[in-house]
Every structure is written in C-alpha cells, then in structure tokens.
Design a protein around this ligand. Structure first.
Ligand code: PEP
Length: 250
C-alpha cells in the first residue's frame, strides 16, 4: 500500500517562539491521539529545523527548499547536506511560490531533487497549473512537462524514493479548493504518466499529495479519492488543531 502523508508547509510564518509553541501543540495532540494511518511532517523555516528535529517524536521534519548545488561559494544558500545533518527527512522542491517568485525552472528543480536524494532525503516535488493554463486547456501538458523535466531524469530506484504533490496554483492560499473530482482526475493522470515512463508497480507505489486550500473541513473528501495519498497543507497547518484534524482525516 502507498504511504499516506500529511505535510504542513509553514512558509515564511512564525517567530521562533511562536513556531516552537505551534510545534509543541502539534506534538502534544499527536501524542494523545497518534496518527496510525498517515505520516505527519512539519516543514518550518530552515532556522527552526535543527531544534524541532531534536524534539520531534510524532512528526518528521522537512525543509521548504534546498540548494541546487552540492557545496561551495553560493552565498545565502542552504545545501541538502546541511539540511540532512540537522535532521530534515523531506524537502519540498518546486513549490509554485519558488517557481514564480524566484524563477526556479524545471532544470534547476531537477538538480535540487537530485541533491535531496543524494543526501538521503525524500523530495516532495510540486507540480500544478495556473488558472490561465487550465482555462486554455493546457493543464495536462504543463503537468506532463513539469514531470518530464523535473523528475523523469531519475532512475527507477531514485524515483521510488520521491513523493509528488499536485498543487493547482489557482487553489494555493486562495480558499478555492479543487473539487475531489478535479483532484482525482489529475492524480490519476499523473499516475498514468508515471506508468508510461517507468512501470505500473512504480506508478502504483508513488505517493501523490494534493495541495491547495485543503483544510480540516474538506480533507476527508479529498483524501477519499483513490489516487490522493495525502496533503501538502499551507494555511491550515498553522493551527495545531486543524492540522492534526487533517492528519486524522485518513
Ligand atoms: C501550499 O502552499 O503548499 C498550500 C497548499 O497552501 P494553502 O494550503 O494555504 O493553499
């Protein structure tokens, strides 16, 4: 069976003190009511991670980004090796905010994915179309292109260690969620595309998360879709009760 995953992307939110409080609340709620069906991941700022990873009992800790290069003169960058060395197990690669605000191309993201894998972390590779692309019926082509340029250079062994997240850009932080039918349609398309590139076994074992205004009210319906294996959660991961409720939606 595929791994079920709920990951909370905190983005650039919370001071250290606020973050620590939120992290402790999530840990306390999960200690009282453990998540038996889904893996919970907290993805805070880089600078909180080492501390949170030391305290983590019921969640794994991940990073929101990593450098595309291994090491060297890249002022301000944080390498995959650094992240791994302080306890990160997952790295988000290719979030639409990174793609649009920081001009990250599929070619750069392909390198970041490799860096994560070479340092024994699981990349959570994000793909998804804008509203304009959907309205002009280009969304399936865009998703296929993001996959072929961003992750299909990986060997089968590497790809097996990669998680995907379908995040329609029009649903991120907007309060507009994809309907469960829309999510299922695209997740099934992604799985079919993986099968064509690799094989059925690899396609069936790949966890594909949904992201985009997923919250404690709609998670159950989205997670009930046969090809939706969890969620990448933004806004709703900043409230411990909501985040834990989403985790328990499986
Ligand atoms: C995200 O940024 O990955 C995300 C899904 O955000 P939100 O849940 O706030 O739409």
């Amino acid at each position: 069976m595929r791994s079920k995953i709920v990951a909370g992307n905190w983005k650039m939110n919370k001071s250290y003190q606020e973050g620590l409080q939120l992290f402790s609340e999530i840990e306390t709620l999960l200690a009282k009511q453990p998540s038996s069906n889904a893996k919970a991941i907290v993805i805070p700022s880089f600078i909180f991670m080492a501390d949170f990873a030391k305290q983590a009992k019921n969640v794994a800790v991940g990073a929101q980004n990593c450098a595309s290069e291994q090491s060297g003169a890249y002022t301000g960058e944080v390498s995959a090796l650094m992240l791994k060395s302080v306890g990160a197990e997952y790295v988000i690669v290719g979030h639409s905010e990174r793609r649009s605000y920081y001009a990250e191309t599929n070619a750069v993201l392909a390198k970041k994915t490799e860096q994560a894998l070479q340092n024994s972390m699981t990349p959570i590779f994000c793909i998804g179309e804008t509203l304009e692309q959907r309205n002009s019926n280009k969304h399936l082509d865009i998703i296929k292109q993001q996959l072929s340029e961003g992750v299909f250079h990986l060997s089968a062994e590497q790809f097996k260690k990669t998680v995907l997240a379908y995040e329609p850009v029009w649903a991120i932080g907007t309060g507009v969620t994809a309907t469960s039918a829309q999510a299922q349609e695209i997740h099934a398309f992604i799985r079919k595309t993986i099968k064509e590139k690799y094989n059925e076994e690899i396609a069936e074992s790949c966890s594909i998360l949904y992201g985009g205004s997923c919250n404690a009210q709609n998670a159950k319906e989205l997670f009930a879709c046969p090809d939706v294996d969890g969620g990448l959660i933004g806004g709703a991961s900043l409230k411990a009760e909501d985040f834990v409720k989403i985790i328990h939606s499986f």
